[in-house]
Design a protein around this ligand. Structure first.
Ligand SMILES: NC(=O)c1ccc[n+]([C@@H]2O[C@H](COP(=O)([O-])OP(=O)(O)OC[C@H]3O[C@@H](n4cnc5c(N)ncnc54)[C@H](O)[C@@H]3O)[C@@H](O)[C@H]2O)c1
Ligand SMILES: [Zn+2]
Length: 400
């Protein structure tokens, strides 16, 4: 017992007893997983899925649009290969990325009497694989899951990483987990039925990887993206696969350095993701994530040029490729005040510095740490310039 004096008041405090026995527990889990670019994942003759499931009980989870398009093939695969697999169809869409969907999957797993060796298989876009990753982390404190992405964003981003998440009201991914899949199986054939807009949104994420690490990937997109968008990545087929695989590999190399996001705040994959969350929210989520990422990147390369970090021709070349992909470079909702608020938030959440990825050329990036290097007047003039370029583009389109 000892006494402390505080403004004349004497407080008696109990000294915390020193622990008599202590043990330090090591509880890091070593995990790795395979990401495979494959083909005909639903074909009974060629699919690698039956071998990977190896006779275990499985629950395939998909969404209604994907089931309408691919349900018959999936059921045929199950029958033909004698898989012990039920199929559960969720309602898709961001609005259904909720705990209620996670619960539905868990109930179905319970009904199917799945045990700790059983596997969930998410077949769908990022919404589906995010829900499945969450459910897999919860069922019996964690069962295996596989991801079979069916959108371009899924193939190069949501389907290959470690994260899962669902929304709490308008707070995106408020519930989330780091839960790597046991396998990610990528089959670009799914893209044949995807709406063109979804291909363009995926291109924004691919161009992000090109901008931060891979000039050759950028060159391939510049040369072939128009044909690939029109043909849903079927023509030229080999180039389409190469673009997907290069982008996937670059993404995984970046994730590998910091898989649980606890090693560093300097993340190249944050390119295009500094201003875009605020922009998406400001449009009431009417603007798609891919479009917001494109606008964010257009602003970032313009800032890089103004700061003398990137050559003007290099900046123009990148903006031209965004436009060629049919992606926007400006939106009136992205005001200087919104940008400042986004930088405030980045500073708050990233240990007091902004860690803003900034390109010096296409394929190479540095980081700006000090917020003062991005003053308001710089952001204002960059936004004005992009608004002018977007207007010009609109006029040109209307007069031709
Ligand atoms: N976990 C991660 O690391 C990560 C990374 C990026 C994005 N995400 C999440 O992914 C989601 C966005 O993913 P998305 O763009 O794939 O959206 P999505 O899952 O909503 O799919 C887009 C639309 O395409 C339909 N669809 C899916 N595959 C199809 C196909 N082959 N043919 C025709 N239609 C098809 C879907 O039904 C849906 O209507 C967001 O919720 C985002 O937060 C997660
Ligand atoms: Zn993104």
């Amino acid at each position: 017992m000892f006494e402390t004096h505080h403004q004349g008041v004497i407080r008696r405090q109990q000294a915390a007893p020193a622990p008599q026995y202590s043990i330090r527990m090591e509880c890091r889990k070593r995990q790795d997983y395979g990401v495979h670019l494959t083909a005909e994942i639903l074909s009974p003759e060629h699919s690698i899925l039956p071998a990977l499931l190896a006779g275990r009980k499985a629950l395939a989870v998909t969404t209604s649009t994907v089931y309408k398009l691919y349900g018959r093939q999936l059921e045929q695969l199950i029958r033909h290969c004698g898989l012990d697999m039920r199929v559960h169809v969720l309602e898709g869409g961001e609005i259904n990325k909720t705990l209620a969907s996670v619960e539905r999957v868990c109930r179905e797993a319970l009904d199917a009497k799945m045990d700790r060796k059983s596997v969930l298989v998410g077949i769908g876009g990022g919404v589906c694989t995010d829900v499945v990753a969450m459910a897999a982390s919860a069922i019996r404190r964690g069962i295996e899951h596989m991801r079979i992405p069916t959108t371009l964003i899924g193939l190069v981003d949501a389907g290959i990483g470690l994260k899962g998440g669902v929304n709490l009201g308008s707070k995106k991914n408020y519930f989330g987990c780091f839960n790597p899949p046991s396998q990610a199986l990528l089959d670009p054939l799914f893209l044949s039925t995807l709406p063109e807009s979804c291909i363009r949104f995926g291109m924004a994420e691919i161009l992000k990887m090109a901008l931060v690490t891979d000039h050759e990937l950028f060159r391939l997109c510049e040369g072939h993206q128009q044909a690939l968008i029109e043909s849903r990545f079927s023509d030229p087929w080999e180039i389409g696969r190469e673009i997907i695989w290069r982008s996937t590999r670059s993404m995984l190399e970046e994730l590998q350095k910091n898989p649980y996001e606890d090693q560093t705040y300097q993340r190249l994959v944050d390119m295009g993701h500094c201003f875009s969350p605020a922009l998406e929210a400001a449009t009431g989520y009417r603007m798609h994530h891919g479009e917001a990422v494109a606008i964010d990147m257009a602003l970032t390369v313009t800032l890089a040029e103004s700061l003398g970090m990137m050559e003007p021709q290099e900046r123009d070349r990148f903006v031209a490729v965004l436009r060629q992909a049919g992606l926007p470079i400006h939106a009136p909702e992205l005001t200087p005040a919104l940008c400042q608020a986004a930088l405030d938030e980045a500073e708050q959440h990233r240990g007091g510095a902004v860690h803003f990825p900034i390109p010096v050329e296409i394929g190479r990036c540095l980081f700006i740490e000090d917020r003062a290097k991005l003053p308001n007047r710089l952001i204002e003039s960059a936004l004005r310039r992009l608004a002018g370029e977007a207007r010009e583009m609109h006029l040109n389109l209307n007069t031709h």
